[in-house]
Design a protein around this ligand. Structure first.
Ligand code: GLN
Length: 482
């Protein structure tokens, strides 16, 4: 039952093989059994069973949708009415959101069952899920290694079959990097495709929610529910949502794939590179042509991102002041003490580092030298993507330089941690969509292949991913013991 796709589960629910209440109870049991992974921050058992009951009623009435009765979970960055929403931080440990994020609202409307809220790096800042106030998440493929971050709880839960599928968010790689390290499928949509309303902001010009699933077929179904214009989000784009499942079976003859030489040079683990070459060969067999391209500005992505993202986060996180939301220090002496201690005690080390970097980059004396410069680089990176994607249909490359690293291995060295996202960050700066799909193993751990497409070409990416998943079974493999 745990290995079934959304479509197969939907059939099981309709044929009476199992009810949503039974399915939900089975997943809740599994979550308890594997609580050692620390994938969930909150398990909403009562709510899940209540939603499952309602779903069973809808199924009986014949007005169910594909996701009705399917147990999913939300990254704990999405506000959920009446349910604790922590964003992985002590700052919001006591925060009960008064409203639902648009994404949550859409899943509720579809009748999906929410099992709970998933662990994540604090305020989505991290690449290993070790910055969470609620502790590190373990990678089910090897519990001594990290699941990636910031959507590490989501990736671990989906890989370990503790939810059928779940949401993630991606500011610089947080859907794709954990998807790669946990051997699942993750899609970061075009900026503006999925509403950010009620998704706690990290860096607003980069943040984008998306599906994390076991297959491209399931990702198409999830994205169908998540995507669409939202007048509550001023950066939501009003462009029609295509049928993401319709083109999954299109053939790939004549597909033009570009491989940026900057993606395959120094820094990429040789076993990961060899695994990716085999995956790209598979695409040749499917009828694609492969050419080497060059994107010279890719190397500027990390420095530009680590000015822009902290700058935006320093502004976004100013709202957590001990007055309006969440954590408040005890017995403040005066207002200034209230602000300083509430923020000093409520935020973790990495979040503080980002706020300090961002405030510095935005300060009057340094604004032009850092922030404006980074924005100019961002433009150059976007131009590089536009040019490349006018020559080829999609760009392929690694998601991560290596497979999952050990818990504790990089947490003391922020620069090394930041380099985990070297292949994902430029995509957010450009705003184009990209996927990570399971492409094999190196050193016994999953390797992800990244597929990057043009603005709003999510349907094409899903088609390309699905075709690969028809001729390979990497995406169907489960970690031992799960
Ligand atoms: N690891 C990157 C960061 O810490 C990306 C995180 C994300 O995409 N949310 O900023």
């Amino acid at each position: 039952m745990y290995n079934k796709t959304i479509t197969e589960l939907a059939q099981g629910l309709r044929s009476g093989e199992f009810s949503s209440v039974e399915l939900t109870a089975a997943f809740l049991d599994r979550i308890k059994q594997h609580s050692g992974l620390n994938a969930y921050i909150s398990v909403t058992e009562d709510l899940a069973l209540q939603q499952a009951k309602a779903a069973d009623a809808r199924l009986a009435n014949g007005d169910a949708e594909l996701l009705t009765g399917i147990p999913i979970a939300q990254k704990d960055i999405f506000c959920t009415e009446g349910v604790k929403t922590t964003c992985g931080s002590l700052m919001l440990d006591n925060f009960i959101a008064p409203y639902n994020a648009t994404v949550v609202e859409k899943f509720n409307h579809a009748g999906a069952v929410m099992l709970g809220k998933l662990n994540m790096d604090e305020f989505a800042m991290g690449s290993s899920n070790e910055t969470s106030y609620y502790g590190a998440v373990k990678n089910p493929w090897n519990t001594n290694t990290v699941p990636g971050g910031s959507s590490g709880g989501t990736a671990a839960a989906v890989a370990a079959r503790l939810a059928v599928c779940a949401t993630g968010t991606d500011t610089g790689g947080s859907i794709r990097q954990p998807a790669a390290l946990c051997g699942i499928t993750g899609l970061k949509p075009t900026y503006g495709r999925v509403s950010r309303y009620g998704m706690i902001a990290y860096a607003s010009s980069l943040d984008q929610g998306g599906p994390m699933t076991r297959s491209a077929e399931d990702a198409a179904i999830m994205l169908q529910t998540m995507a669409g214009f939202d007048d509550k989000d001023s950066t939501s784009v009003d462009t029609p949502v295509p049928d993401y499942s319709a083109g999954l079976n299109n053939r790939l003859d004549g597909l033009k794939i570009g491989l940026p030489k900057e993606f395959f040079g120094e820094g990429l683990n040789s076993e990961v590179a060899a695994t990716l070459e085999t995956a790209i060969d598979e695409y040749r067999k499917l009828g694609a042509t492969v050419t080497e391209i060059s994107m010279p500005t890719l190397k500027l992505a990390i420095p530009a991102y680590y000015v822009i993202a902290p700058a935006e986060c320093s502004a976004n996180l100013s709202r957590f002041d001990g007055v309006r939301f969440g954590y408040r220090c005890e017995n403040p002496a005066d207002l200034s003490d209230l602000y300083t201690r509430s923020r000093g005690e409520g935020f973790g080390k990495e979040v503080k580092r980002r706020i300090l970097m961002g405030t510095y980059a935005l300060s009057a004396g340094y604004y032009d030298a850092y922030y404006i410069k980074a924005q100019k680089i961002r433009r150059l990176i976007s131009e590089d993507f536009k040019k490349a994607l006018s020559e080829v249909d999609v760009i392929m490359g690694p998601v991560t330089p290596s497979t999952a690293f050990g818990i504790g291995e990089k947490i003391g060295n922020p620069i090394e941690m930041y380099l985990s996202d070297i292949y994902t960050i430029a995509i957010n700066l450009a705003g184009v969509p990209a996927m990570s799909i399971p492409a094999g193993f190196a050193q016994g751990l999953p390797v992800g292949l990244q597929i990057i497409g043009n603005y709003f070409a999510e349907d094409r990416l899903l088609n390309i991913a699905h075709q690969y998943q028809q001729v390979t079974d990497w995406h169907q493999q489960a970690p031992a013991g799960f």
